[in-house]
Every structure is written in structure tokens, then in C-alpha cells.
Design a protein around this ligand. Structure first.
Ligand SMILES: [Zn+2]
Ligand SMILES: [Zn+2]
Length: 133
């Protein structure tokens, strides 16, 4: 019998782990407050944006509060980048993790990401192929 020892890499920020290095993942991880964005190529002050995030609170089912977060309030400060918006949302949720709460948002990450790529593709088609849609 033989045993093989392998290193398992763990992200410092989220629960992801892998047998391959997560250095690249960590640089862009949406729970890394100092991440840089691989999609919009910006680097925002995410903790600052989390502090400024507008939300409303409703009485939830006791003892939880119910936070309501609007997609526009996540998207506007980051120029509409869905991954940066997701970063704010995840960091916000983590900052509240000690309290009992639930939350609702009209931010739909996959839809927003799809819209982002649709717009990118259309722009590329215009630029590279003279597409006039
Ligand atoms: Zn991570
Ligand atoms: Zn971004």
C-alpha cells in the first residue's frame, strides 16, 4: 500500500479549496475586500461601498430582521459590474453575519452577468465587424 500526500490549497476569504494554487482566485475572490476585478478591471474600495450601501429593514419573523437591498444600489457605485456588485452584497452579508437576519434583493447575479456579456459582445461586434444592430 502506498499513500500520497497532497497539498490542499484553501482560499483565505471563502470556503473554496483546491489541489491547485488559488492565488489567482484569491486576487479576484468576491469575499476579498481588496480584490481586483477580472471582469471590469477596476479595483474599488469595497469596504467603503459596503458601509455606504443603502438598505431598508423590515420586521422579519422574530427575532430576525429582514434587509431589502436594491440591485441599483449594488450596481450603480461599481459602474454596473455584476461581479463587483456581488462583492458588495457578499461582504455586506458577512458584515452582518453575527445578527439574526434574512435578506431580499432584486439583484440577480446570473442575469446581470449575461446582460454584461451581451453588451460586451455587441460592442465587440460593432467595433470589430461593423455590426449595426
Ligand atoms: Zn475565495
Ligand atoms: Zn468588476
Amino acid at each position: 500500500m502506498r499513500t500520497i500526500k497532497k497539498s490542499v490549497y484553501y482560499c483565505d476569504f471563502c470556503k473554496k479549496h483546491s489541489l491547485r494554487s488559488l492565488k489567482k482566485h484569491e486576487a479576484h475572490c468576491t469575499l476579498n475586500p481588496r480584490r481586483s476585478c477580472g471582469l471590469c478591471e477596476n479595483k474599488f474600495d469595497y469596504p467603503g461601498l459596503v458601509n455606504k450601501l443603502k438598505f431598508t429593514t423590515e420586521e422579519g419573523e422574530w427575532p430576525a430582521s429582514h434587509y431589502k437591498i436594491l440591485a441599483a444600489d449594488l450596481m450603480d457605485p461599481v459602474g454596473g459590474c455584476p461581479i463587483c456588485a456581488l462583492t458588495i452584497l457578499r461582504l455586506f452579508m458577512r458584515s452582518k453575519s453575527d445578527d439574526a437576519w434574512t435578506f431580499g434583493t432584486d439583484f440577480h447575479f446570473k442575469d446581470e452577468l449575461q446582460k454584461w456579456w451581451d453588451a460586451e459582445n455587441e460592442e465587440a461586434a460593432r467595433r470589430d465587424y461593423g455590426y449595426e444592430g
